[in-house]
Design a protein around this ligand. Structure first.
Ligand SMILES: *Cc1c(COP(=O)(O)O)cnc(C)c1O
Ligand SMILES: [Zn+2]
Length: 427
């Protein structure tokens, strides 16, 4: 039931025609829609995706024009769905691509790279990319309030971005998130709504709330714009590899949007002639065993997944009914990649392995990615010479409880040299 006293959401694109954006296109039937806050096709219920005027973009975009741009994801603005200039989220993206020789040695991979989004700005996860795009688009569309359904990191990023430009903000989270993720919302002073249910319950509730309140739910009604922000991970990877597409990527899957958009980003760069196509590119997915609908479908050779009830320490990936799971399976299949899954102990082991070999402290989702990377290397799905990029999407300081009991205690001494010598040379 919709509330008649609430004004309807903005219904027209205030900027009118865009130089680079064609409209929203249904992924199933191809119908074109105006650039509005809509995300499903009225005719076939397929998801809508941003479509670009690639011929116009091609004429103005080159490696040189990108290199002259800001040191943020906005250097790829021609391929991101905002009409005007960005006024928020100006520093997201351009995170380090780290040559991971020590981790590679352990895994038997000679050309391994870590895309390190644990240091993204401002909230230390890849979600700063998608929110940077969504918040600008929400503003362009005239919204005064931003909101989201989140497994943690998204809420952190929406809260911070809203605070930075003084927008109203509501974030909805499952009640059992990690302390660091909850605090990482509260400090920015949004309304934090803790829902007694899992993420899939939160998401369904938010769809109902969105029908009644004229808010920009970044991952629901403005999802088509939000999702495009993930392409920047592919653009940066290619640029940082010296304008090359890697042979293998390993990507964690929650809703499946990140994985599908990394593929789309590489395709766009190749189609526009910015990089040479790499027909070898395999897109691999990583899930937690305790929430692995996409992995299970892949194993069974199915093109559609069966929703599950999540139970895993990788809470940021705990989506039992992933909105883009079907498309993630499609991308994995078309690129001849694979999907792997990691148990909770393997996730912790992956976090520690990444930290002790590369000095990067990732959250549980990073543990999932490293553990699945290890399995793919062990079964030679990734070969030693393949140029491989693993996407490490969130910071370990937000999920510290996952490591409780798994690390040695500090070595205690008295404040004397004698006491110290004893621990170096115990007799
Ligand atoms: C949200 C999230 C993902 C995956 O995002 P989807 O696009 O929903 O698949 C991966 N890693 C972390 C840390 C996240 O917060
Ligand atoms: Zn359609």
């Amino acid at each position: 039931m919709s509330n008649p006293s609430v004004p309807p959401p903005p219904s027209s694109d205030p900027e009118g025609g865009s130089l680079y954006l064609r409209g929203l296109k249904c992924r199933e039937c191809g119908r074109i829609y105006d650039l509005l806050p809509v995300h499903v096709c009225d005719f076939c219920f397929g998801p809508l995706e941003v479509d670009y005027k690639y011929e116009t973009i091609r004429a103005g975009l080159s490696r040189e024009s990108i290199e002259r741009g800001p040191k943020s994801l906005w250097r790829y603005k021609a391929l991101l769905p905002i009409v005007g200039e960005p006024t928020a989220g100006l520093h997201a993206g351009m995170t380090p691509l780290v040559r991971a020789e020590r981790l590679g040695k352990v895994l038997g991979l000679k050309n391994l790279y870590i895309k390190n989004d644990t240091v993204n700005h401002p909230t230390l996860s890849f979600k700063d990319r998608v929110v940077a795009v969504a918040i600008n688009r929400a503003r362009e569309l005239g919204f005064k309030t931003v909101a989201c359904a989140s497994t943690g990191n998204l809420a952190n990023s929406v809260s911070a971005h809203a605070a930075s430009i003084g927008m109203n903000c509501f974030v909805f989270i499952p009640h059992d998130l990690e302390a660091g993720k909850i605090l990482g919302n509260l400090v920015y002073k949004p309304t934090v709504v803790s829902v007694r249910g899992n993420y899939d319950d939160v998401n369904r509730l938010c769809s109902e709330i969105g029908a009644e309140y004229p808010w920009a739910f970044v991952n629901i009604n403005i999802r088509p714009y939000y999702a495009e922000g993930s392409k920047s991970l592919a653009f940066e990877t290619a640029e940082q590899l010296g304008w090359k597409i890697p042979d293998q990527v390993v990507v964690p899957i929650a809703s499946g949007s990140l994985l599908t958009k990394i593929w789309k980003g590489f395709q766009e760069f190749a189609n526009l002639g910015i990089v040479k196509e790499n027909p070898l590119l395999k897109v691999n997915g990583a899930q937690a065993s305790g929430c692995s609908p996409v992995f299970q479908a892949f194993q069974a050779g199915r093109t559609q997944f069966v929703p599950v009830k999540p139970k895993t320490i990788a809470k940021s990936l705990a989506i039992g009914n992933p909105a883009d799971g079907y498309y993630a399976l499609d991308v994995v299949g078309r690129s001849k990649g694979q999907v792997e899954a990691a148990t909770d102990p393997e996730i912790v082991e992956g976090m520690v392995l990444l930290a002790e070999t590369e000095g990067i402290f990732a959250e549980t989702a990073g543990g999932v990615t490293v553990a699945c990377l290890k399995k793919l290397a062990q079964k030679k799905a990734i070969r030693p010479d393949d140029v491989t990029v693993a996407y490490i999407t969130g910071n370990g300081l937000k999920t510290m409880e996952a490591l409780t009991g798994f690390l040695p205690e500090p070595v205690g001494i008295d404040p004397t040299l004698t006491s110290f010598r004893k621990i170096v040379n115990p007799s």
